[in-house]
Design a protein around this ligand. Structure first.
Ligand SMILES: Cc1ncc(COP(=O)(O)O)c(C=O)c1O
Length: 376
């Protein structure tokens, strides 16, 4: 099969396009925050334009920004990270490409959760690597465990995301520690996608860096910081991998966007960020309560901004069901099949990236529709 044929489309983007046809659509499909970043970011961007900051930065990124990221780790998790170990990337998406390039050779196997963020496997395919999809479910709270890794043969790397997209589950401290220890014993690279950190509602999340320096941690500005359009992320690398990552960065991207880096310098306004977390928590509480009345929800999501709802009461085909909701009541959700092959036809994903009033209307329409559908 040609390499490009292995790359699946991101169905949610098709749904987003389709939903735009309806002026009264209710949006539960969109995986980016509607909230704005702190006003200082916009001022910093304007200032950077006025000062004509449009040259490349060094490939590792502005040192001032890397220092801010290091400060974030010391403040939020109490871990001491040297800015030398931080690389500013073009979104976390750019960071995955770099990580998979420096850790794996063609044909190497990387373990990924199923359901999970769909693009991981496509990065592996682009580099002729082999994604190994690990089926996860409610029995482990949708977490990959050491047991799973023992069963998977010949794994070179494992990638997790916590909180996860699409289920919103957060890895507990014990499991995370065990996974990292196991990977270190077996010489397996551990990659932790922490892009939804900060959006955790019932407990404190752990960064993989609390348990080892020999992991790759990836995070960015698209979710908690509400700046997806900056296209900025970062990766924290063990010392032995910094130069390798820098070389890929130099060749593939040269540097992350300069204006964005100046804007991001002002993104670390912690009082403002606390408000962002509180707003998403209120939305999570509202939507979880409402959806629990009509769908089975395996695990209460503790983070990110998603709810993974089982639709078996109504359908066994998440794609058709999503299309039906959009066509009949103009409510857009994402079909589970976007996120893997593990029973994903029985689930749809709701994103709470709009305000409660907007969601109330969507929930009302779904409840009325499902009632009338039953009576048909
Ligand atoms: C788990 C996860 N990781 C990474 C990304 C990509 O984010 P970006 O490239 O904007 O940093 C997303 C986007 O939805 C995501 O859900």
């Amino acid at each position: 099969m040609e390499r490009i044929e292995k790359i699946s489309p991101f169905i949610v983007m098709d749904i987003v396009k389709e939903a735009q046809k309806y002026h009264d659509a209710v949006h539960f499909e969109i995986g980016e925050p509607d909230l704005q970043a702190t006003p200082e970011v916009f001022e910093a961007l304007e200032k950077a334009v006025k000062e004509k900051k449009l040259h490349y930065t060094e490939s590792l990124g502005l040192i001032t920004l890397r220092e801010k990221v290091a400060e974030f780790y010391s403040r939020k998790y109490g871990v001491d990270i040297s800015p030398e170990r931080i690389l500013i990337t073009c979104g976390t998406s750019g960071a995955f490409l770099i990580a998979y390039s420096i850790l794996l050779n063609s044909g190497d196997r990387i373990a990924l959760p199923d359901p999970g963020y769909p693009c991981y496997k496509n990065f592996a395919y682009l580099l002729d690597e082999e994604p190994v999809l690990i089926p996860v479910d409610r029995s482990t709270d949708y977490q990959i465990t050491v047991e799973h890794l023992r069963e998977a043969e010949n794994i070179k790397a494992v990638q997790i995301s916590s909180p996860s997209n699409p289920t919103g589950n957060v890895y507990d401290e014990k499991n995370l520690k065990e996974l990292i220890n196991y990977c270190s014993e077996k010489g397996i690279f551990f990659i932790s996608d922490e892009i939804y950190h900060g959006l955790v509602y019932d407990k404190r999340e752990n960064t993989a860096l609390e348990f080892s320096d020999d992991v790759i941690v990836i995070n960015g500005f698209s979710k908690y910081f509400c700046l997806p359009g900056l296209r900025l992320g970062w990766m924290i690398l063990p010392e032995r991998l910094i130069r390798k990552a820098e070389v890929v960065m130099q060749n593939v991207f040269i540097s992350a966007p300069t204006l964005s880096q100046y804007g991001a310098l002002e993104a670390f306004n912690y009082d403002y960020l606390d408000k962002i977390t509180r707003t998403f928590k209120e939305r999570r509480d509202f939507l979880y309560r409402e959806l629990s009345e009509i769908f089975d929800i395996d695990v209460k999501p503790e983070g990110a901004f998603y709810i993974w709802a089982n639709i078996e009461r109504y359908s066994n085909n998440s794609y058709e069901f999503s299309k039906e909701l959009l066509k009949e009541i103009h409510v857009a959700v994402t079909p589970g099949i976007d996120f893997g092959k593990n029973k994903t036809e029985k689930y749809i994903r709701f994103a709470y990236t709009r305000d409660i009033e907007h969601m109330k209307e969507g929930v009302r329409r779904i409840k009325d529709y499902l009632k009338s559908r039953k009576n048909r």
